[in-house]
Design a protein around this ligand. Structure first.
Ligand SMILES: NC(=O)C1=CN([C@@H]2O[C@H](COP(=O)(O)OP(=O)(O)OC[C@H]3O[C@@H](n4cnc5c(N)ncnc54)[C@H](O)[C@@H]3O)[C@@H](O)[C@H]2O)C=CC1
Ligand SMILES: NCC(=O)COP(=O)(O)O
Length: 332
């Protein structure tokens, strides 16, 4: 890539801190070209509430500028249908939130953008609007017609990927089949090699049950599902440890043996990562035909419009998107 990457940032739920983060981004120089997809009036109003300087430029796909950090922001304006009050959710704005995502995804798929970075959405209010939605990860998979993707969070020295994403706990066991787990590990392995430059990734795989099933006395999934997949993929040369008891896998000694942990479900892996790096971690979707990174936190409605929020996760997400965009091989 001979020019600076073109990054589309979606501002997320308009009542949340995604808008504040985008306003604050205007004062942060970055070695990239950047467009925020959001309602321009909501951005201006939030800047006034935060008493921060902000000058908007209308997005022009033929005239990208470097993001200079001099209080300028390039905006691709999509209007919110309902008034926005910081901290107060309104289901009438959910279609707008999804339109910002669709615009960014379509732009990435058509090579208008090199990557998309997402500020947080509120999953509950989108569902309150009558739209089935579990997360960006699943939405991106559907919109790009990708049968399976993998959520991975990167924070500090940790990488934690998940075998399942946003599922009620009661549905996790049956969602992990030999086929789904094998595909997850293949995607994870491939992207660690190709996108993260790890020639021979060592993946530490958790069990599902306490003590990785205690030899079948505390659950059978390790024996019937996880172990056969790991044995099969080891035959291909993949370096896979496990299934390992999740409670002791995250000790420093054990983590030093791997490049990435594959946890079986959301709350098995992410609390550890967020404990280690909340506010500077990055969520990256693997297996997509495009680059997508995201903040590690949610909409923080309690803080919207008040100032005093951490921008580290958004900046890290943009930085990772820039790095991945520079490394991306041209599509063949
Ligand atoms: N990438 C995304 O779109 C994500 C969206 N969410 C959604 O966000 C909504 C709220 O989720 P919660 O569990 O309440 O998590 P949350 O991350 O919004 O808030 C948890 C705590 O962290 C604080 N916090 C979050 N971000 C912060 C920041 N940048 N600086 C300072 N403090 C910050 C909040 O004030 C709150 O005390 C949910 O609907 C959830 O689904 C959650 C995680 C990621
Ligand atoms: N805990 C991660 C999270 O909820 C973000 O998910 P997604 O919206 O990026 O799929």
């Amino acid at each position: 890539m001979d020019k600076l990457p073109r990054i589309a940032v979606t501002a997320g739920e308009p009542a949340g801190i995604g808008i504040d983060l985008c306003v604050m981004l205007a004062s942060q120089p970055l070695s990239t070209r950047l467009v925020v997809i959001a309602d321009q009036n909501v951005l201006l109003e939030r800047a006034r509430a935060l008493q921060l300087p902000l000058q908007l430029h209308t997005y022009d796909a033929t005239d990208w500028q470097e993001h200079d950090g001099q209080h300028h922001l390039t905006v691709l304006h999509l209007p919110c249908p309902a008034p926005v009050l910081a901290g107060e959710l309104n289901p009438d704005n959910s279609t707008y939130v999804l339109q910002t995502l669709e615009r960014a995804i379509d732009g990435c798929m058509q090579s208008e953008f090199d990557a998309m970075v997402t500020a947080p959405v509120h999953k509950g209010v989108i569902n309150d609007a009558g739209i089935a939605f579990t997360g960006h990860t699943e939405f991106l998979a559907e919109r790009t017609a990708t049968p399976q993707v993998v959520m991975m969070l990167v924070g500090g020295s940790l990488r934690v990927a998940l075998a399942t994403t946003h599922l009620p706990l009661a549905e996790v066991s049956k969602a992990i089949t030999q086929d789904s787990l094998e595909t997850t590990i293949r995607i994870l392995h491939q992207d660690l090699v190709q996108k993260f430059g790890i020639a021979q990734p060592r993946i530490l795989v958790t069990g599902l049950n306490p003590h990785a099933g205690e030899g079948g006395h505390l659950g059978m999934e390790e024996i019937t599902t996880i172990t056969p997949v790991l044995e099969r993929l080891r035959q291909e040369g993949m370096q896979l440890a496990g299934p390992l008891p999740a409670d002791t896998l995250f000790t420093q000694h054990n983590l030093a043996q791997g490049d990435c942990v594959l946890a079986m479900y959301h709350d098995q892996g992410l609390p550890v990562l967020k404990h280690a790096s909340f506010g500077s971690g990055v969520n990256v979707t693997l297996g997509l035909p495009m680059i997508r990174t995201s903040v590690d936190h949610g909409t923080a409605l309690d803080l919207a419009g008040k100032g005093n929020i951490e921008t580290g996760s958004l900046l890290s997400a943009i930085q990772l998107a820039i790095t991945l965009a520079h490394h991306r091989k041209p599509v063949e």
